[in-house]
Design a binder for this molecule. Structure first.
Ligand SMILES: C[C@H](O)[C@H](O)[C@H]1CNC2=NC(N)=NC(=O)C2=N1
Length: 129
């Protein structure tokens, strides 16, 4: 899967350009057979997002959101579900303590990160604005 949003370190605002590209992006079906995004490139992608963390294995990104209450958490989960279904790329969603939502993204088909993960994350950031 070629990334259409390659970060360009020469850009004046690499994060903004990359983020905007991800927000506008569309996920592509991933059946495996592509190299995961890792290392420095994964770092550049995650830095273009808001409050997402790359895990120690470099194979997933996550963000924690504390909502006002349970109803707000479920509403947000449903908004994320609609987005994921529309893009055919799905996060893992963990709701604990009735209002603490952890969102985890990784591309299961390749056992690591693909641009799809960063596109979904950027779109979730837009939801939360
Ligand atoms: C064909 C379609 O791309 C696959 O079934 C999708 C569905 N949603 C997915 N979501 C995630 N996170 N990883 C996948 O590999 C994946 N594969």
């Amino acid at each position: 899967m070629n990334s259409s949003a390659n970060p360009n370190p020469d850009d004046a605002h690499p994060g903004c350009d990359l983020r905007d590209s991800l927000v506008q992006g569309r996920c592509v079906p991933c059946e495996g057979g592509v190299e995961p995004i890792a290392g420095e490139q994964a770092q550049q992608y995650v830095q273009a997002l808001t409050d997402w963390n790359l895990d120690e294995t470099g194979t997933q990104i996550s963000r924690k959101i504390n909502t006002k209450n349970f109803a707000r958490a479920v509403t947000l989960i449903n908004q994320i579900a609609d987005l994921a279904e529309e893009q055919a790329h799905h996060p893992d969603l963990h709701l604990t303590g009735y209002r603490h939502l952890q969102i985890v993204l990784s591309t299961h088909a390749i056992g690591g990160l693909s641009e799809n993960d960063f596109i979904i994350a950027a779109k979730i950031d837009e939801l939360l604005k």
